[in-house]
Design a protein around this ligand. Structure first.
Ligand code: ARG
Length: 466
């Protein structure tokens, strides 16, 4: 290769290089294809840094002014689609700095004083993930409100409660909806906790060791809305635990969404008919004219796969990395971007589906009475009314269930004589506990399924979300 055939050395860091990288090296090395999503954070970080450099006398006020204004020009170029992203400039940081220098001249070459791309990317990415925590919190609030509205509409509607997907005991629709409000409430607090912990500013850690320039890290931290600067420069540039926390919280949240999605798939079948999903969240079949498929629910059941995949991928990238920064860490962004996009879309879709679904009150009630769902109430009555030990009451009830099953009827359909064949002291009063409405009304323990308890929890959540 002659000198003139060689690719040119990088204009931003190529001083010690005789030639530029191989084309394939450029392809594997460049992150601009995806990290351009960090442009607003990168510009905010650089503007805060420039103001601090001037306030501490490291650069002149006029250079800082030129840099800060030039960065706004770059921002507007990017937002208007007028910016050319260059792969040879690797990443968003060098692309913006290079364009800044084209616009403002020599002042642009001073913005990187007392800074490295290592602390720059750390601050950009934290700012981005912090915004996603805020977005997740507000989307979760909207979804919780949708579940609460469902709970309020059917606080006392009875439905079967399941264990092993076998009918267990009657519960109320409101209670079932509130179970998801609890889960999503914990998801929300996980994002809030993660946000709080990540809200320390790594800017000023420079490459890894800090800097000899008299910078003011408290000033940049405050300007960017952080609670304080990070306290160890090595840690600042080398950890991505804030992203891992965001991904972990997202994976748990997506697991919750997946579980309700599965319930919707089951509940909307012709066999269950517990809910009608609206036309807005279902699709038809190209061959079977009768079909209304719960596609949104099925996709929400599946989305956890992507989010958990991203989580596992980033854990795998980070494990075993020696301190401090290694280029491996550039592999953090696509995972987090995809997981965040997937989560926000999932939360929006679930909110729409929950708001638009219609519970089938009568079907729920009929189903609530099937499968000997009040057998526990019968056993409890034997304990209360006849003073039997619970284990004995359980056994007697089991015999009555077997009898009803053999006759092909439900427990309340057995005659008093048949009841008494299991225990002679059983009286007519037993029938009062076999109705599903009485069953749920009796479950008054705190957090239980009784409509009064459900209404109390609805009131608590409404106040908490207001
Ligand atoms: N694009 C890089 C990343 O995402 C920025 C940091 C590069 N630092 C370096 N020393 N090469 O991680």
């Amino acid at each position: 290769m002659t000198q003139s055939d060689k690719p040119a050395a990088n204009t931003m860091w190529g001083g010690r290089f005789a030639s530029g990288p191989d084309a394939i090296m450029t392809a594997i090395n460049a992150s601009i294809g995806f990290d351009q999503r960090l442009y607003a954070q990168d510009i905010a970080g650089s503007r805060a840094h420039a103001a601090m450099l001037a306030a501490t006398g490291i650069i002149t006020d006029s250079d800082a002014k030129a840099i800060r204004e030039g960065l706004l020009t770059v921002l507007s170029e990017i937002e208007r689609g007028k910016f050319t992203f260059r792969t040879d400039l690797e990443d968003i940081h060098l692309n913006i700095e290079s364009r800044l220098t084209e616009i403002v001249g020599d002042a642009g070459k001073r913005v990187h004083t007392a800074r490295s791309r290592n602390d720059q990317v750390a601050v950009d990415f934290r700012l981005w993930v912090r915004d996603q925590c805020d977005a997740a919190i507000s989307s979760l609030t909207a979804l919780m409100q949708a579940f609460l509205a469902q709970a309020e509409a059917g606080a006392d509607w009875v439905m079967p409660g399941f264990t092993h997907l076998q009918v267990a005991q009657p519960v109320t629709w409101g209670h079932h909806m509130l179970a998801y409000v609890e889960m999503l409430g914990r998801d929300r607090s996980r994002f809030a906790d993660a946000r709080k912990r990540m809200n320390e500013c790594p800017l000023g850690a420079a490459a890894l060791a800090g800097t000899g320039f008299p910078i003011d890290r408290h000033m940049t931290a405050a300007a960017l809305g952080f609670d304080r600067p990070t306290a160890n420069s090595l840690d600042s540039v080398s950890d991505r635990d804030f992203a891992l926390e965001f991904l972990s919280a997202s994976a748990i949240c997506a697991t919750h969404l997946s579980r309700f999605a599965e319930e919707l798939v089951i509940w909307s079948t012709a066999q269950f008919r517990f809910v009608k999903l609206s036309d807005k969240w279902t699709t038809g079949s190209s061959i079977m004219p009768q079909k209304k498929n719960p596609d949104a629910a099925e996709l929400l059941r599946a989305k956890i796969g992507r989010i958990l995949g991203a989580t596992v991928a980033l854990f795998t990238v980070m494990k075993g990395l020696p301190l401090t920064y290694s280029k491996d860490m550039q592999e953090d962004k696509e995972q987090v971007f995809d997981a965040a996009d997937t989560l926000m879309l999932s939360l929006a879709a679930m909110t729409g589906m929950v708001s638009d679904m219609t519970a089938q009150k009568d079907t729920l009630k009929t189903a609530a009475a099937s499968g000997f769902s009040t057998a526990t109430d019968l056993a409890d009555w034997l304990v209360r009314a006849l003073g039997l030990p619970f284990r004995e009451a359980h056994h007697i009830t089991g015999r009555l269930v077997a009898l009803a099953e053999a006759k092909g009827c439900d427990l309340p359909d057995l005659t008093l004589a048949e009841m008494q064949s299991a225990h002679p002291d059983i009286t007519q009063e037993v029938y009062s506990v076999l109705g599903v409405e009485n069953s749920v009304r009796s479950r008054q323990s705190y957090g239980g399924t009784a409509p009064d308890q459900v209404r109390a929890q609805i009131a608590r959540w409404k106040a908490a979300l207001a």
